[in-house]
Design a protein around this ligand. Sequence first.
Ligand code: ZN
Length: 402
Amino acid sequence: MFQESSDIRELLPYFRATFALPFLIRWQKVRLRKSNSSTNKGNGCDSLKKYMDLEDMSQANCASVLRVIQAHSGISRKQIADMTGLSWGGMTKIVNKLFEHEYIVEEKNGVPGGFGRTPGLLSLNREKHFAAGADINKTGLSASVTDLLGGIRRQYFAENIFGDKEGLLCNISHFFEKIFQDFPEGEIEAVGIAMQGGIDAKQGISVSFPGCRDWMDVPIVHILKEKFRTEIDLEHDPDCMLYCELEHVDANHVILLRLDRSIGMAAALNGTILRAKGILEVAHCTVVPGGKACRCGRSGCLEAYIAPCLKDGKIQKAAVGEMIAPLAAAIHNLTCIFNADTVILAGELMRYSSLFEGRLRLEIQKLQGERKTEIIFTDGAGSAVTGAALIAASRAVERIKL
Ligand SMILES: [Zn+2]
């Protein structure tokens, strides 16, 4: 579904179309202005129609209308027509279909489902059509089922104790069974999975999983789709965390580092999350030439300083002391590369941030001089699940078929 490319610029338009948070109005407006040229019937759309299947055209328009209603609760029909560039007739047809399929509700004078000739304001129906986000993590399984606005309907947690691949698959499968049995068939329209370890998001493959030696290239999306018959997307967990955090952060370029036994990184430039296989692998970047030995066989890697900080779930104070300067160097280098104005530090290590936050800020400041970067410390609890659910909700809207 995602095209991988060595040239990130080729990917940006697609990211903008699918990944910009539909809930952030400022981005939505930009995107809608861009999409007007492809949906406006008076704007060259006739020629486009020749090349597009009519059904696709209709699906694109339905998604466009639903996206607008998702981003602007209590919107009028006129506003929808203006923002999508659809004709009044075309917009009305789609709105009526969305009513028919219970995607939207209408409020008249603040009363849901009121009667009268005056058209009311439209919002998403929060009682139907759900998305789910799941976090598959070595330390546990968690999930949320949300409405298409991201409002949580139900949450799930389970242990994840496994010996081998079969055990892990069994845990995941039972966990999903519990979720799906709580909702009528077809009601959960899309699932986003934030998964630890190596993943191939495009192919839906979990390449590796920490602590599971025989887990190699597992087609997890295919396996779960076969069983639960819904749309499923696999995502890097730092991407999901960043997707969630972007809801609260007002910045141009943002970096997120997830620090626990390993290091995960995500980056968003102008609100667009960078995605391509094999990029942003910072764990084995050299931060101290000739420094501590790393499990990869080299020395001075960032991971060689981060990993020893947590042992058997306990913080190791001496290792934390050694970690501060190398981490500050890594953060400084990354802010230079991405011109980042905000860095979010998340993950298990942040539970103990009181032990190092002050010293780390000081080290970063020393390296940065005049440069001012906002550093946010968050344990990110639940943000991978929330981000995965938001991504799923966004995809459910994109894929709408009426
Ligand atoms: Zn290494």
